[in-house]
Design a binder for this molecule. Structure first.
Ligand code: MLT
Length: 264
C-alpha cells in the first residue's frame, strides 16, 4: 500500500484491527522483514509496517541526515491514518529511530519493543566504519553491502543451514537503492546517545535480543533493559541480529505475552 504525504510516496502495510502496532525496520532492509509478525499478530491487532525513506516503496529523502527525520515521517503516517497512540516496535536502526520517537513524541507512545538494538551513539571508530561502508555502497552497490551485512545480520547456523532465509534477506538488501543505504549510514553516524533517555521511559517496554546477535550483542540489550524501569527482557535462542526473521515463532510469542500482560 502507498500514500503520498507532503509530496513524498510512503510505502506501508495496514492489516487487522485493534491496538495499532507500528513496526520499524533495520538497516538496509524494508518493511518486508516484518512479514512473519504481520501474518500472526494481525489476528488480534492492527499491524502497520512502514518503509523508511529510500527503502521498499518509499521515496528517498536525500537531504534527510537524521533519524529524527525518519521519526517525523512515521508520526506523519500515523496522523494520516488518524492513529493517536500506538505500540512501536523497532529492530536495530528501527530501535534507534524509536528512541527519536520517544524523545520527541512520547505522547504518541503506548508501549515499546526494542529488538536487537543499542542505546549508545557511534564511537569515532564506528563512524569511520559507516563512512567506509558508504564508499563501498557508492563504488560497488547494494550487492557488496549484502556481502558485508549478511554475516552481521544472521547467526552462523542460519547462514549455513537456512539458505532460503539468507536469500530473502539478500533480496531485501538488493532492492534498497544505494542512495537509501548512504542516507541511513549518515543518519546513524549522526544519531545522539540515548543512554540518558532510558531511565525516563515510563511506558511498558519489552527488550528482545537474539542470543547470537553479533551486531548488537546481548550485553547491549541487557544494558537497555536494566535502565528502563519495569522492562521485560527476553533472549531468543538460535537467532542472530534479525531475531524476528530467524525465529519468528519465539519472537511473536514474546510479543504476544508482553501485549497481553500489559492489556494492550
Ligand atoms: C541494523 O541492523 O539496523 C544495523 O546493524 C544497525 C547499525 O549498523 O548500527
Amino acid at each position: 500500500m502507498k500514500t503520498v504525504i507532503d509530496g513524498m510516496t510512503v510505502g506501508y502495510t495496514d492489516d487487522g484491527n485493534g491496538t495499532p502496532l507500528i513496526f520499524i525496520h533495520a538497516f538496509p532492509l524494508s518493511k518486508s522483514m516484518w512479514l512473519p509478525q504481520v501474518d500472526v499478530l494481525k489476528e488480534a491487532y492492527r499491524v502497520i509496517t512502514i518503509d523508511l525513506g529510500g527503502h521498499g516503496d518509499s521515496d528517498i529523502v536525500p537531504w534527510n541526515d537524521s533519524l529524527d527525520g525518519y521519526a517525523k515521517n512515521i508520526i506523519r503516517l500515523l496522523d494520516h491514518l488518524e492513529i493517536t497512540q500506538a505500540v512501536f516496535v523497532g529492530l536495530s536502526m528501527g530501535g534507534y529511530t524509536l528512541f527519536s520517537i520517544y524523545r520527541h513524541y512520547a505522547n504518541r507512545v503506548k508501549a515499546i519493543v526494542l529488538a536487537d538494538t543499542r542505546a549508545q551513539a557511534d564511537s569515532e571508530e564506528g563512524q569511520a566504519g559507516r563512512q567506509s561502508m558508504a564508499e563501498v555502497a557508492f563504488k560497488d552497490g547494494a550487492s557488496a553491502i549484502a556481502s558485508l551485512m549478511l554475516p552481521k545480520l544472521l547467526a552462523p547456523a542460519t547462514i549455513e543451514q537456512r539458505p532460503e532465509i539468507v536469500e530473502e534477506v539478500r533480496q531485501m538488501i538488493l532492492q534498497t537503492p544505494t542512495a537509501g543505504i548512504v542516507v541511513d549510514l549518515v543518519a546513524m553516524a549522526a544519531r545522539p546517545d540515548s543512554t540518558d533517555l532510558l531511565s525516563t521511559i515510563t511506558c511498558p517496554t519489552l527488550v528482545i535480543v537474539g542470543e547470537e546477535d553479533q551486531a548488537t550483542p546481548v550485553a547491549e540489550s541487557q544494558y537497555i533493559a536494566k535502565r528502563i524501569p519495569g522492562s521485560t527482557f527476553v533472549t531468543i535462542p538460535q537467532a542472530g541480529h534479525l531475531s524476528n526473521f530467524e525465529q519468528p515463532v519465539v519472537f511473536n510469542q514474546a510479543m504476544q505475552s508482553f501485549l497481553e500482560r500489559h492489556e494492550l
